[in-house]
Design a protein around this ligand. Structure first.
Ligand SMILES: [Fe+2]
Length: 260
């Protein structure tokens, strides 16, 4: 019931704004907020105290919870000499509420596997070595001490946020079911006056390492292919990443989020 009224409110907004001439036809930015971002499961590897293989805490104040202790650049750890392995990618986006208004001062937390497909979490102990389902090559899901694994960003006055990270590796979720999680980033959104929101974003783009395989994994993933999502909601979770000249050619993609 609630979802239906939400949808009709969005539809009304779209029609109303169009009729008023406030939205330029074909402006994807203007329409980007109209589709609610689909929720996805939190998963078992959220950074909680005593769960990391090796604690990464750039802010060592004991008052700061572990999941809030790191910044929005996951490609290195402050105080350590080295860079994370993997393809660097910038994820930028705008956070909107259900009325398409930007949400400032919201806290976004991301957590993800390293480029090897391993989380910094003691619970991620199964299948540390596994065979690539296509090539048969052995993949070692090794811990990367130079990767930050989780980070936080705060939206600015216009609801914008930015992260710099690496493309996570894929990993086996359930080998008996031949289920491999595609590269994905978990995200938790906390905004004053709104319920906490959890989702996952996925990747596409010709410049991604092994993109054809990644897209195959996307089409076979039980979470991304949840039949309760509309196709538009599914596509909104898949971020097209392309080289960005203004960032030395590193990959960049937009992940806009609309809360319900
Ligand atoms: Fe995951």
């Amino acid at each position: 019931m609630q979802k239906d009224s939400k949808l009709s409110r969005r539809h009304f907004f779209q029609v109303g704004a169009g009729a008023a001439g406030a939205v330029v036809a074909g402006s994807s930015a203007a329409y980007a907020c109209l589709e609610a971002t689909a929720a996805q499961p939190l998963g078992p590897f959220f950074p909680r105290p005593d769960t990391p293989i090796e604690e990464v805490r750039e802010d060592d104040s004991p008052q700061t919870p572990l999941h809030l202790a790191n910044d929005n650049d996951l490609t290195y750890v402050k105080g350590r000499d080295g860079k994370a392995q993997g393809q660097v990618v910038y994820i930028d986006g705008t956070l909107h509420d259900a009325d398409c208004q930007p949400v400032p001062a919201a806290t976004l937390i991301i957590w993800q596997a390293a480029a090897s497909g391993r989380y910094n979490h003691n619970g991620d102990a199964q299948n540390q070595d596994f065979r690539h389902p296509v090539t048969g090559a052995t993949i070692h899901r090794t811990h990367d001490p130079h990767f930050q694994y989780w980070g936080r960003a705060t939206t600015d006055a216009k609801g914008n946020y930015s992260f710099k990270t690496v493309v996570p590796g894929f990993y086996p979720a359930n080998l008996a079911r031949h289920w491999y999680r595609p590269p994905h980033i978990h995200m938790l959104v906390m905004a004053t006056g709104l319920p906490q929101f959890v989702t996952q974003m996925y990747f596409s783009g010709e410049q991604l390492v092994d993109n054809d395989f990644v897209q195959e994994l996307n089409t076979q993933d039980f979470l991304l292919q949840n039949p309760r999502m509309t196709e538009a909601q599914r596509q909104k979770l898949i971020v097209a990443c392309t080289p960005d000249d203004q960032r030395q050619g590193d990959l960049a993609g937009r992940f806009d989020i609309t809360l319900t």
